[in-house]
Design a binder for this molecule. Structure first.
Ligand code: SAH
Length: 173
């Protein structure tokens, strides 16, 4: 697990795609390891995100990028329209792709979530892609470091602002 985790943080996502294509078993090993690790955490950020989504008006289009087992879709899929993406599809809820290239139209998502998934040396590609698919005023959450990115209202393609915010805090202008 640690080895693959390290790989994911230190290579470009295109290389991660190759890694898992060549060694599909390693993805399962990685996910097994990830699940073991996070079981010990008293506050998995996923729980906070799910709570936060449950508190929002229903019907939001939510993109879960680097979704793992697509737990968000599982938990709030009857309230919101959740689309789950990961390098490998571990179940039928997941669409396999590199989140640097989502093959989705501009401005379709209300909310984009990166939960512990901003790995890879081309992080900026993921954030740019999130910004592209977000509607104006959409929200991006990265629970890995409690950084909340938000897209300024009015200017799609405008600057994405980053700020350190409390874990439960929502930012929106
Ligand atoms: N969000 C899930 C899983 C976090 S583990 C959860 O909180 O449970 C990080 C996930 O990000 C892994 O499943 C990994 O495959 C995925 N990931 C990393 N780089 C990616 C990329 N370029 N495109 C899609 N998924 C990626």
């Amino acid at each position: 697990f640690r080895y693959i985790n390290e790989q994911l943080y230190t290579v470009k996502s295109a290389d991660a795609v190759e890694l898992f294509k060549n060694e599909p078993d390693s993805f399962w090993a990685y996910h097994e390891g990830f699940a073991q690790q996070t079981k010990k955490w008293p506050n998995h950020p996923l729980r906070l995100i799910i709570q936060w989504l449950l508190g929002k008006d229903s019907g939001k289009v939510v993109f879960d990028l680097g979704c793992g087992e697509a737990k968000i879709a599982e938990a709030v899929g009857n309230r919101h329209d959740v689309r789950s993406f990961d390098l490998v599809a571990v179940n039928e809820r997941v669409t396999a792709c590199d989140m640097a290239h989502l093959r989705k139209r501009d401005g379709v998502a209300d909310i984009v979530v990166f939960c512990l998934s901003l790995m890879g040396t081309n992080l900026l590609d993921f954030i740019k892609e999130a910004r592209r698919v977000l509607k104006t005023g959409g929200i991006t959450q990265d629970r890995r470091s409690d950084v909340t990115f938000r897209q300024s209202e009015g200017v799609r393609g405008g600057s994405v602002q980053a700020g350190l915010r409390g874990a439960r805090e929502e930012s929106r202008h």
